[in-house]
Ligand binder design. Structure first.
Ligand code: HAM
Length: 426
């Protein structure tokens, strides 16, 4: 097949026949986020590369191996967003949103780009829904953010999604932990992948989520961060657990979750499903108390999550969850000749003002072919306009499912008259 008729590896088209799936998830996620007081933000699909190097972390897999980076015509290094948090933080700082009422609660839908080996549930271009909250430090805020994810899954009717949580502490307690990791991984230095040999000194926590098989196998017995938390971080984690229990949210503690991005502090969490191919994580997030400052803002706690929408669809499909039904054409108005078709176009236009999906012939088909088309697109009603109808200002409205016909006026108040018939036909 010619290359131009094939989408690049790791990307996918979202086809009209599936768009109701996307709309179902997007409207549920937005409704739940809005109920928590979140407002939508839209930020550019590309940013200066430095934002991700500083924000996501220069020793992460995402930055070292997976970014789509290029120089623009002026030689500036630009990167397609690999995730949504860094851009949201940049936009909040740049536009002074952090000087407004706090906590600031934002939500977004974004495409993300990561040059990974494509697998079922792992794409090079994928879609995230995310939430970022700034200026909230109490453990209740961690629990609320987790509860929001849970609410979205409940809203969508999803089942069996497990929540795993961990705390990765603050820079203070992490220093000791990193030394313990250096000591542990030091024994296997020669066997580590080249990237991890380098990370061992710079950022040993990254070894824990290295995707190479051999490094991955050493992670199993590595020291765990929970044994190294300082008392503030330990208290915070206890507070999160208590608040989750109060909200009736089940979780398990997985001390091996470190997340693949460098900005996290304290609470980290993942929602995992067995229904999304080789990739189990449908949603990941956590707290990032140092990120706003790292990117150039004032010291400000932050936390959030992002869910992969392709993976949510995989889970919904596997569980036969219900999507909002795709819309159908309300009325197809056929014309017997070009005069009648022009009249049909006027009638269709009137109906559209009422929000109905109305169509007429725009390709010059015969009456028979027009009716075949109406059938093919699944129109709920049809109507034929000809000379008689235009003279009498009356036409037959046919219910395509039952075959029932009623005569309606096609004069001045046409749309107002048939409005309720079309609306209550389902
Ligand atoms: P993340 O864990 O890298 O976190 O990605 C979040 C979610 O995006 C994953 O749980 C997964 O569902 C989806 N995802 C990630 N990579 C792929 C891929 N290659 N193909 C398909 N889906 C994928 C973040 O991006 C953080 N920004 C989340 C966050 C927001 N933390 C705090 N605030």
């Amino acid at each position: 097949m010619e290359i131009i008729t094939k989408a690049p590896r790791g990307t996918s088209d979202k086809l009209p026949s599936d768009i109701n799936k996307w709309q179902t998830i997007e409207s549920a996620a937005a409704a739940v986020a809005q109920a928590y007081g979140c407002k939508e933000i839209r930020t550019p699909i590309f940013e200066h590369t430095e934002l991700f190097q500083r924000g996501v972390g220069s020793t992460t897999d995402v930055v070292q191996k997976e970014m789509y980076t290029f120089n623009d015509k002026k030689g500036r290094s630009i990167t397609l967003k690999p995730e949504g948090t860094a851009g949201a933080v940049r936009a909040a700082i740049e536009n002074g949103l952090l000087n407004e009422a706090l906590p600031l609660k934002l939500y977004y839908f974004t495409r993300c780009f990561r040059y990974e080996a494509p697998q079922s549930g792992r794409m090079r271009e994928f879609n995230q829904f995310g939430v970022e909250i700034f200026g909230a430090d109490s453990p209740v805020s961690d629990a609320e953010v987790i509860c929001m994810v849970n609410d979205i899954f409940v809203f969508l009717g999803l089942e069996g999604i497990r929540l795993e949580i961990n705390s990765i502490g603050c820079p203070k307690c992490r220093a000791e932990y990193q030394n313990a990791l250096r000591e542990y991984y030091g024994q296997f230095r020669d066997k580590l992948c080249d990237t991890c040999k380098d990370r061992l000194e710079k950022n040993p926590m990254r070894l824990l989520d290295c995707k190479s098989e051999i490094c991955h196998s050493f992670a199993e017995k590595a020291p765990v961060i929970l044994d190294y938390l300082c008392s503030d971080c330990s208290d915070h984690f206890e507070g999160v657990k208590t608040a989750l229990k109060a909200l009736n949210i089940n979780y398990t503690i997985n001390p091996r979750i470190v997340r693949g991005l460098d900005y996290y502090t304290n609470t980290v969490f993942e929602f995992i499903s067995d229904n999304c191919g080789t990739q189990g994580t449908v949603c990941g997030g956590g707290r990032y108390n140092g990120l706003v400052e790292e990117i150039g803002g004032r010291s400000m706690p932050g936390l959030g999550f992002a869910m992969g929408l392709e993976r949510i669809i995989m889970v919904m499909d596997a569980q036969n969850a219900k999507y909002k039904p795709a819309k159908q054409c309300d009325l197809f108005i056929a014309g017997t000749d070009s005069d009648a078709t022009r009249y049909a176009a006027i009638l269709a236009h009137k109906l559209r003002e009422y929000g109905f999906w109305a169509e007429c012939d725009i390709v010059g088909r015969s009456l028979k072919a027009q009716m075949k088309y109406a059938d093919k697109i699944g129109a709920n009603f049809s109507m034929v306009i000809g000379g008689d109808e235009m003279n009498s200002q009356k036409a037959e409205l046919k219910n395509m499912k039952t075959g029932e016909k009623i005569t309606v006026s096609i004069g001045e108040n046409f749309a107002a008259n048939i409005n309720s018939i079309l609306a209550f036909s389902e």
